[in-house]
Design a protein around this ligand. Structure first.
Ligand code: AMP
Length: 147
């Protein structure tokens, strides 16, 4: 079997993240692969239905979310010795952004959790399911236990 050369760890900073992080880190070491990390700040649906007509889009909140996420990602990057140019912080749909970054950066293995925020009731979360179906590369869904 050929070694993986570029592994992308998708991290949602949800429960049991460490299991997924450790698996990706271990695989990168075994394969002597480059390790990149990605976190996507989910774009919030802006809707005024039922709340009145003028809801200002809160740019401060978005900036705060991005700053907090950037800090978490930088801490993880430091822990795993992943350089800044291999730390991807994106905003939008997690599945779309993870697949885009994997495609654009010639990733050959994506490491994700079997479920996270969106998948507690499912065997496979919705982001995980979509990545498995659409990623251009191998995908490892690390099985996380329901609590
Ligand atoms: P889900 O399908 O949403 O339950 O999540 C399954 C896995 O997809 C998580 O364990 C993460 O590896 C990845 N994932 C989900 N949401 C995000 C996100 N916003 N940013 C990065 N990775 C994510």
């Amino acid at each position: 079997m050929d070694s993986y050369k570029h592994i992308l760890l998708a991290v949602d900073f949800f429960e049991q993240n460490d299991v997924v992080i450790n698996r990706a880190n271990d695989l990168a070491k075994r394969h002597q692969a480059k390790l990149s990390i990605i976190h996507v700040v989910d774009s919030l649906p802006i809707t005024d239905a039922g709340y009145g007509t003028d809801i200002p889009f809160n740019l401060d909140l978005t900036a705060e979310l991005m700053a907090a996420a950037r800090k978490r990602l930088a801490e993880l990057g430091k822990k795993l010795a992943v350089s800044e140019d291999s730390q991807w912080l994106e905003m939008g749909s997690p599945k779309t952004e993870i697949i885009r970054i994997a495609t654009e950066n010639k990733v050959d293995l994506c490491v994700i959790g079997s479920h996270g925020r969106h998948g507690l009731a499912l065997l496979l979360g919705s982001t995980a399911n979509s990545i498995l179906h659409h990623a251009p590369c191998d995908v490892l869904a690390v099985r996380l236990q329901d609590n």
